[in-house]
Design a protein around this ligand. Structure first.
Ligand code: GRF
Length: 213
């Protein structure tokens, strides 16, 4: 297969991982799931989908991103000829080897309209703050927490009756829609990064797939 090869890094449920596996990504495809959590539900999904999986158990060193673990992940990804890394609920901040070796080739999905509510519990904080509109963002990853260049966003209205669960569910539906779209645009070479500005090219401004957003 000559298409772009994608690795997904996930620590938990893995619904975005599954959405990426089952979406039409052109001639790109997800070939590897890597996780830092041996109990991640994503591992069960990978098995069901027939995707190679790798567990990098950091043991006691939770929270930070131990350089050793990141280097091991980077080495495996290089060995498997990975072109694009997709973070999907990966609960670690990348600091070293992955950023160096996959610069401009790491995407993340975040459940808010960045730059509002970066970091943990974005849906709960949006609800507590009282915003009327929140949503999700696909962005390139840099050394900060959810600070990299924005690729796509989708808005989700906050309803008066919302709980964290109901709001998170509606945001998740949008995540599953825009993450594969952003991945496809990247893999097709339709994105040009200029500093922190993302340009879509090969089009007259708005690329075809974005017309549906
Ligand atoms: C999603 O809400 C994503 O935006 C955030 O972590 C969650 C992962 O969910 N980064 P899942 O594991 O993909 O179901």
């Amino acid at each position: 297969m000559s298409g772009r090869r994608i690795a997904v890094l996930a620590s938990g449920r893995g619904s975005n991982f599954e959405a990426l596996c089952t979406a039409d990504l052109g001639d790109a495809s997800v070939v590897l799931l890597a996780t830092d959590n041996p109990k991640a539900e994503a591992l069960i999904k990978a098995k069901r989908l027939g995707i190679e999986k790798a567990v990098f158990d950091p043991g006691a060193a939770r929270g930070a991103s131990p350089a050793g673990m990141e280097a091991s992940i980077a080495a495996l990804l290089e060995d498997r000829g990975i072109d694009l890394v997709c973070l999907a609920g990966f609960m670690r901040i990348l600091k070293g080897p992955l950023l160096d070796r996959f610069e401009g080739r790491i995407l993340n999905i975040h459940p808010s309209l960045l730059p509002s509510f970066p970091g943990l519990d974005a849906q709960a904080r949006a609800l507590e703050y009282g915003v009327r509109i929140t949503g999700c963002t696909v962005h390139y990853v840099d050394a900060g927490t959810d600070t990299g260049p924005v690729v796509l966003q989708a808005a989700v209205p906050v309803l008066g009756t919302d709980t964290v669960e109901s709001l998170s569910r509606r945001i998740l539906r949008e995540e599953h829609r825009i993450y594969p779209l952003a991945v496809r645009l990247h893999c097709e070479g339709s994105i040009r990064l200029d500093g922190r500005t993302v340009h879509f090219h090969g089009t007259d401004g708005i690329p075809g797939p974005l017309a549906s957003l």
